[in-house]
Design a protein around this ligand. Structure first.
Ligand code: FES
Ligand SMILES: [Fe+2]
Length: 440
C-alpha cells in the first residue's frame, strides 16, 4: 500500500513532475523507423507533450513541438525540407533542435532575421536503432542510447509492435517484476479460455529478486522444477527504468501521459541453422489492436492478456487500496528503487541507475537471458521446434495479436516454415510444461 502522495510520485509523468523529469533522462523507443517510408511527419504524444516526429529530406529524424509558435498551426501538416520541417501556414521552418531556420516574410522585412534567431520551440534528439526510433527528452548532454546485446543478435527476424494502452505506465512496468502472474495470466487463463474445467499448471514455490547493473532480475521455481532450471539460475530481467527483457523479446512501457502508455514489443525470431546465413533487410513495425471486430478486448495472445491485467487496474491504479503479499516483493523493491532514484535526481546526481555514459562501455552490453546461447548460436530446426522457449515462436506469432500478413509472410520466408495460425496457445507459454528443466 502506498500513500496518495507516493502514488502520484510514481505515476505523474508530465513536464516538471519528478517521475516525468526522471524518465526523460533515459532513451525510449517511440516509433517504427519504417513508418517513415511512406510519410514524413506524424503526430505523437509523449510524457504529456504534443509533438511531431518527422524525417527530413536529408533522412534525419526530428521530434519537435506540435504547435507552430507563430499562430499555433498544427505542424503535423508541415512539409519537410532538406533540413527540418516547414509550417504549411506561413512557411516558418524548424530544425531538429527546434530552432527556427527560416521566417520567409519576416526576413524580407528584416534581413538580419533577429526575430527568427530568437524563435525556438522544443526539439528532442532522435536516433534510429534496431528498426525503432528512440527519443531522449531530458536535459543535455544525453547519456548513451544503450547498445543492448540482444539488439545486435544476428540470423534472426526482428519486428517492432506498438499499441496505445488506456492506463498509466507504472502499472505496466510493475508487471516486469511479477513472476507469479505468468502462471495465472498466461498459463492458467489460456487453459481456462479453452476448457473451463482444465487443470492448472504447476504453481510457483519460490521467488528471488535481485538488483544488477541495469535493473532487477527475478527468478522462479515452480512445482516439478529443480534448482538447475534456467528460470532459477538466470531468470528474467526487469530492465531499468521501463522495460522487461525475456531473451526472445523485450517490452517497453513508454508514458504517453499520466493515463496512457505506449507499449512497445520488439521480438527477435532466431532462424534455424538450416536457414543461416540470414540477413534481415528491414525491420518491420506494426500496430497491435486492443479490441476485436466486435469491440471486445482481445485476450488470446500473451501481451494482450497482460494489457487486460494492466488496464483492468484502472487508468491510474489506486495504490492506497492494495494488499501486497509475498508475491509482490519485487514490486516493492522496484518502487523503493524509484523513490531512491528520484531523491538522487533531486540532489543533482548525474549518474542515475543503469544509465550508460561512457561510449566505450556501450558496446554489445550484456544482459542475462534464459535463451541467450540459443539466440546467438542457433540450432537445427528439429531441435528448435521443440525447444521450450523458442519452439513456439517457430510456429506462431503468439506474443501479440494482429500481426499483418505481410510481416507473417516475411517471417515465414526467413525461418523456412509456415505459421500454424492457431487461435489459442495453451502450450506455447513458458511454464506450460511440467517436464521443462534447463535450456540445454
Ligand atoms: S502559423 Fe506557422 S508559420 Fe504561421
Ligand atoms: Fe505477462
Amino acid at each position: 500500500m502506498l500513500s496518495e502522495e507516493k502514488n502520484r510520485l510514481l505515476t505523474e509523468v508530465g513536464p516538471g513532475k519528478p517521475m516525468g523529469e526522471y524518465l526523460r533522462r533515459y532513451w525510449h523507443p517511440v516509433a517504427g523507423a519504417d513508418e517513415f517510408d511512406k510519410k514524413s511527419v506524424r503526430a505523437i504524444r509523449l510524457f504529456g507533450e504534443d509533438l511531431v516526429l518527422f524525417k527530413d529530406l536529408s533522412g534525419n529524424f526530428g521530434l519537435i513541438e506540435r504547435r507552430c509558435p507563430h499562430r499555433n498551426a498544427d505542424l503535423v501538416h508541415g512539409y519537410v525540407e532538406k533540413e527540418g520541417l516547414r509550417c504549411s501556414y506561413h512557411g516558418w521552418q524548424f530544425g531538429q533542435s527546434g530552432q527556427c531556420l527560416h521566417q520567409p516574410f519576416e526576413e524580407v522585412m528584416d534581413p538580419s532575421a533577429r526575430m527568427r534567431q530568437g524563435t525556438k520551440i522544443k526539439g528532442y534528439p532522435v536516433k534510429e536503432k534496431a528498426g525503432m526510433l528512440w527519443a531522449y527528452m531530458g536535459p543535455l548532454p544525453a547519456p548513451e542510447l544503450p547498445d543492448w546485446d540482444f539488439l545486435n543478435f544476428k540470423n534472426g527476424f526482428a519486428q517492432a509492435i506498438f499499441s496505445e494502452l488506456p492506463c498509466n505506465w507504472f502499472q505496466c512496468q510493475e508487471n516486469s517484476i511479477d513472476p507469479v502472474h505468468f502462471e495465472w495470466t498466461h498459463n492458467n487463463w489460456m487453459v481456462r479460455q479453452q476448457d473451463p474445467n482444465g487443470s492448472n499448471v504447476p504453481t510457483h514455490l519460490q521467488l528471488q529478486f535481485e538488483e544488477f547493473e541495469y535493473g532487477l532480475t527475478y527468478k522462479r521455481l515452480r512445482g516439478g522444477d529443480t534448482e538447475d532450471n534456467i528460470m532459477w539460475t538466470v531468470g528474467r530481467v526487469c530492465l531499468w527504468p521501463n522495460a522487461f527483457y525475456l531473451g526472445h523479446h523485450c517490452e517497453w512501457r513508454v508514458p504517453i501521459d499520466d493515463e496512457n502508455t505506449l507499449s512497445v514489443m520488439w521480438m527477435f525470431g532466431r532462424v534455424p541453422k538450416e536457414m543461416e546465413p540470414y540477413e534481415q533487410k528491414k525491420i518491420p513495425s506494426w500496430v497491435g489492436p486492443l479490441k476485436d471486430e466486435n469491440g471486445e478486448w482481445i485476450i488470446s495472445h500473451v501481451i494482450n492478456q497482460d494489457f487486460a491485467a494492466w488496464y483492468g487496474q484502472g487508468r491510474i491504479t489506486d495504490r492506497t487500496k492494495e494488499k501486497l503479499g509475498q508475491s509482490d516483493k519485487g514490486v516493492v523493491m522496484m518502487r523503493r528503487k524509484f523513490f531512491e532514484e528520484l531523491d538522487a535526481m533531486a540532489e543533482g546526481k548525474q549518474q542515475l541507475f543503469a544509465q550508460i555514459w561512457d561510449p566505450a562501455q556501450n558496446e554489445d552490453v550484456f544482459l542475462p537471458s534464459a535463451c541467450r546461447e540459443e539466440m546467438i548460436h542457433g540450432m537445427p530446426r528439429e531441435q528448435q521446434n521443440v525447444h521450450h522457449l523458442l519452439g513456439p515462436y517457430l510456429n506462431d506469432c503468439f506474443g501479440q495479436y494482429g500481426q499483418p500478413d505481410r510481416v507473417r509472410e516475411e517471417y515465414e520466408k526467413a525461418v523456412g516454415q509456415k505459421m500454424k495460425m492457431a487461435s489459442t496457445f495453451v502450450n506455447a507459454v513458458h511454464g506450460a510444461h511440467k517436464e521443462e528443466t534447463t535450456s540445454k
